[in-house]
Design a protein around this ligand. Sequence first.
Ligand code: KG4
Ligand code: ZN
Length: 414
Amino acid sequence: MLILNKAAGVFSKPSRREIFEFLRSFNFRPGNVFLHKLVLGIETSCDDTAAAVVDETGNVLGEAIHSQTEVHLKTGGIVPPVAQQLHRENIQRIVQEALSISKVSPSELSAIATTVKPGLALSLGVGLSFSLQLVDQLKKPFIPIHHMEAHALTIRLLNKVEFPFLVLLISGGHCLLALVRGVSDFLLLGKSLDIAPGDMLDKVARRLSLIKHPECSTMSGGKAIEHLAKQGNKLHFDFKPPMQRAKNCDFSFTGLQHVIDKIITQKEKEEGIQKGQILSSAAHIAAAVQHTTACHIAKRTHRAILFCKQRDLLSQSNAVLVVSGGVASNLYIRKALEIVTNATQCTLLCPPPKLCTDNGIMIAWNGIERLRAGLGILHNTEGIRYEPKCPLGVDISKEVGEAAIKVPRLKMKI
Ligand code: KG4
Ligand code: ZN
């Protein structure tokens, strides 16, 4: 089929996406006739109940999400049985909503893809048992999804990013650097040895009682820190970036969190205020913790880029760094990473915030990627289990540490 390329005034071979968009402009829904692959994705690994229907060109036909953030903000963290109950209460409605918005009948689906690892056991269990019932009823193939792999591949739904590329996942529950070589081919370069940066920022925000701050009461901890940091001076406190001597790509945030805890206690004493009241220096603390976090993340990422280039695992001149996860929406941290990618001739790509955080679209898209590659499509779900703990890919972090790459100093003028 040929369509007229308006700009060039010539005939060119259209992509499948162009054909689809062309047909859609006439309100024509090709369904199964032209586009064989339609996947329903279901995500319940943590505190979001999410579902989406995505086609093989990356069109999101329908999506729905129920976030538990507000409930967990009140309890000061996720309480797994509460998360499980909320998933149970919402999953059917969310899946139905995604399907009805998509106008795809369940019989038209090519497969159902669901997060089965890693995540909170009680939360994963709800998504998996719901999906298995659906798979059984509809007699559809099932595609078990690794949550991190889905985060890492989301960018390919929006941009033409070829393998291999580097991915940095930073959120409340994740912190890792990996080389993505294929749909299910990952090399883990480094990860957090303790907590994730979002978790640390949430803890600092809680310790600072930012939920009581009039400008931050509805924000997640990380977002509240970013907001308040704009009003503070990052040089007011000098927090040292963690693991400066370890020449690997691992991360650590617990030490930094304890240092900040101590400073807050000391400042409370100095200002004569009780725990739970807001310090006058809260904005300076927010600015300093954000800066230190950004420098730590930037340095480990810089080393990962240099390691991959040194080993010819990434292109010397066309390498791509994808950054995703809730913390990736932090513009200060993105700027720090931009300084690194500019210095290393890499392209920095971040999915839009909605796709950085947990969602059903990334799960459905991972299902599409797996269908296209013919990887991990189950026609029999007997014995399928969820796995709360599951590493990503092949762990080469020891080799990265042994390479002991010295990272040139970059001016972090943000
Ligand atoms: O990806 P996500 O929605 O859930 C998982 O943790 O998997 O990420 C949520 C995390 C929270 O820790 C939150 O504080 C953090 O991302 N976050 C931010 C920002 N927005 C959300 N951290 C720093 N800056 C932000 N603007
Ligand atoms: Zn996630």
